[in-house]
Design a protein around this ligand. Structure first.
Ligand SMILES: *Cc1c(COP(=O)(O)O)cnc(C)c1O
Length: 377
């Protein structure tokens, strides 16, 4: 048995220390400075977004994005149910109510048909349209953006894109996070790149980016004394964290390519397997970063996803069940839900495999062999 294999580990490129050392040298150990500016510049260049604001977390980015869209008390916000709780929690921070929508089975993201049903019914029941739509690119897989954006535009409801797991993913050659009014990225420890903790909000123009920055730095009005007309937040990314981010940007594309090649190894290994299906790009328009490679088991599989998870753990390999949908979470039990059982079914049959860009081919092969052993092969 070799070393423990983890799901997704932070993977340093080498220059991160250089940027941090510069920050120390110049006493930029504060939540602003040259690394923050440079990190934002590199994120703009990479994603094609016109304006980016670096923040302390992806969750903070979603929070400020929804705030910018005018979400407030008494509003309803539609959110993909099949996601991590951080996609939805900011809706509650703003005093609004999440309305959950099922996924389609191709990309596993928000189902445009159920989305439209939800919009129509919420209007009928409450007299007003939902204020925003939170669409997620889960596991890095781009959502059906043409269809989703068409529904959103038809009802003039802005989209808050949660691209926390999808940095580097593309739909029609365009980077995820740049389709909606706002797009959120995360640089938490296990994401594609890390700043040890951090996030960013992709903004439609300079004016909105300035406003995001204003809210992220305590909403202080331009006066010689502290004067407040709005409630602000302390959400800015530190210059130290941004230094890690600058170093990570130098290896980002390499890391994305490595995650894709790991996905390719799993795909080849389980191609034509009777029980295991590896989640693939559903069309030529989709180009996932494959942040995590995910598999689903056929209903007649003799081994369940959780049994595989336990078997892998016994062999020092970390795996994880898929996200449990938000409409199945006790804390959100009273929220409306639209759609069928696609997300629930995926949750029951799916598993995330180790996919970190620092994994060696030998380690990936060890995961593959161990999964086959779990089936007694
Ligand atoms: C990680 C993640 C977030 C939150 O990002 P943080 O930086 O951890 O706050 C939001 N949505 C999804 C889908 C995520 O995976």
């Amino acid at each position: 048995m070799g070393n423990r294999i983890l799901l997704s580990l932070a993977h340093m490129g080498g220059n991160e220390r250089k940027y941090i050392d510069e920050a120390f040298k110049d006493s930029w150990v504060v939540p602003l400075g040259p690394n923050v500016d440079e990190f934002e510049r590199r994120l703009c260049k990479y994603t094609g977004a016109s304006n980016v604001v670096a923040l302390s977390a992806g969750t903070a980015a979603i929070h400020l994005g929804l705030l910018m869209l005018g979400v407030s008390e008494g509003d309803e916000v539609i959110c993909q149910s099949f996601t991590f709780a951080a996609s939805a929690n900011p809706i509650k921070y703003l005093g609004a109510r999440p309305v959950y929508v099922d996924s389609e089975s191709k990309s596993w993201n928000i189902d445009p048909v159920a989305l439209e049903e939800a919009i129509i019914e919420r209007k009928k029941l409450t007299g007003k349209y939902p204020k925003a739509i939170v669409a997620v690119h889960l596991y890095g897989m781009p959502a059906m953006m043409e269809e989703v954006m068409a529904v959103a535009q038809k009802y003039a409801i802005p989209v808050m894109e949660d691209a926390a797991e999808a940095l580097g993913s593309e739909y029609d050659g365009r980077k995820c996070g740049t389709f909606g009014e706002y797009g959120a990225l995360s640089f938490n420890g296990n994401k594609i790149i890390t700043t040890s903790g951090g996030g960013a909000l992709l903004c439609p123009d300079e004016q909105s980016a300035k406003r995001v920055l204003f809210y992220a730095t305590q909403a202080r009005e331009n006066r010689p004394y502290y004067y407040h007309e709005h409630i602000g937040y302390n959400y800015r990314l530190s210059n130290i964290s941004a230094g890690i981010g600058c170093g990570q940007m130098e290896v980002l594309q390499e890391h994305v390519e490595r995650r894709r090649s790991i996905h390719g190894m799993y795909s080849d290994a389980f191609h034509g397997d009777r029980y295991i299906t590896v989640h693939e790009n559903p069309s030529e328009r989709h180009n996932s970063n494959f942040w995590l490679t995910t598999i689903t088991l056929s209903p007649d599989s003799p081994v369940s996803a959780d049994q595989i998870r336990i078997f892998l753990a016994e062999h020092d390999i970390e795996s994880r069940l898929l996200w449990r949908p938000m409409h199945m979470q006790p804390v959100y039990a009273d929220c409306p839900y639209y759609g069928g059982n696609v997300a629930e079914d995926l949750f029951n049959r799916g598993l995330c495999l180790p996919s970190g860009s620092s994994l060696t081919d030998d380690e990936v092969n060890r995961v593959i062999t161990t999964i086959k052993e779990a089936f007694g092969k």
